[in-house]
Design a protein around this ligand. Sequence first.
Ligand SMILES: Cc1ncc(COP(=O)(O)O)c(C=O)c1O
Length: 375
Amino acid sequence: MNRIYFDNAATTALDKDVLDAMMPYMTTQFGNPSSIYSYGRETKLAIEKARKSVAALLHAHPSEIFFTSGGTESNNTAILSAIRDLGCKHIISSPIEHHAVLHTVEHYTHAGLVTSSTVKLKADGHVDLEDLEQQLANAKERCLVSLMHANNEIGNLLPIKAVGELCEKYHAIFHSDCVQTVGHYPIDLSRLHVHFISGAGHKFHGPKGVGILYINQDVKIKPFIFGGGQERNMRAGTENLYGIVGFAKALENAMANYDTDSVGILSVKKYMIEQLRQHVPDVAFNGDQEGSCLYTVLNVSFPKTEMSEMLLFNLDMNGICVSGGSACSSGANQGSHVIQALNNDPDRVAVRFSFCKHNTKEEVDAVIAKVKELV
Ligand SMILES: Cc1ncc(COP(=O)(O)O)c(C=O)c1O
């Protein structure tokens, strides 16, 4: 069976030339980057070249880029550092952050190290900036604001520049989980008032298990993994050499092809919206799908029926890979906390379709034909 993969916000296929760039570092150039002889010097150079390239693509300084194991570690580290090293005593986030942020904030709140609150959301899922400003203005202690750039379930984009300016006005630390936008959006860190951003290689055709934490050079933090002196003493442990090389190559590809890829992917998404409206009665969309939304993500709301409740399962049986998140809160299926925070309509079923440069309108036609049958 020919499978259709519409779950690219979960992960993406590794690009062939990314694998090619990684291969030498898995085979012949295997030296430990901390070794002082030639094998080590070669691999150390590869890491620093990757750091320079990533920094240039994000308009940052190489010393601001730390390689990590992925989005989860980067989010955890930003929050830990803001509390431990930067004096943040209150965290403002949103109810629709990724669990890598939500559970970290919960952990430090329950441990009594910080207090926390969430911003109000508008009906379309966007952060209410007036509420954010009010919370910042009323805060008695230094705040960390942790708000994601693009939501991984509904795609809504945060006005990251405006949020950064608010944080600057109220001397708050700003962390943005950019896992869905690094590699899918032209991020210019030189123009944003952001202290930390997180990214993950596997979201843009790079390898899994490697990510970045950008730490603005104006903030000084202490080591977050103790051991050897890797990552400028901040994150000890022998580097994920081939992962780092792959991350940089994937980001280079992504940004070199951004103009064409983003237009192509957006046209697939728009076509899917149009086809759904045409063929599926009472279809709706979660989030701000046709407004300020990432072109890779489409969150569809179907009326709940016996058939639509089994939609993910039945699509999977037909070789169509998508992910769900209905607002159902019963039984083992807790549903999606994002959809729950948005509308919590028990009579609807939410399905996330997320696209990449490999997807086509023909695939959309095949998915629509199946959805028509199943809903
Ligand atoms: C918005 C967001 N943040 C964080 C993560 C976690 O990233 P990783 O799987 O690389 O740890 C993901 C991945 O699902 C994500 O979509």
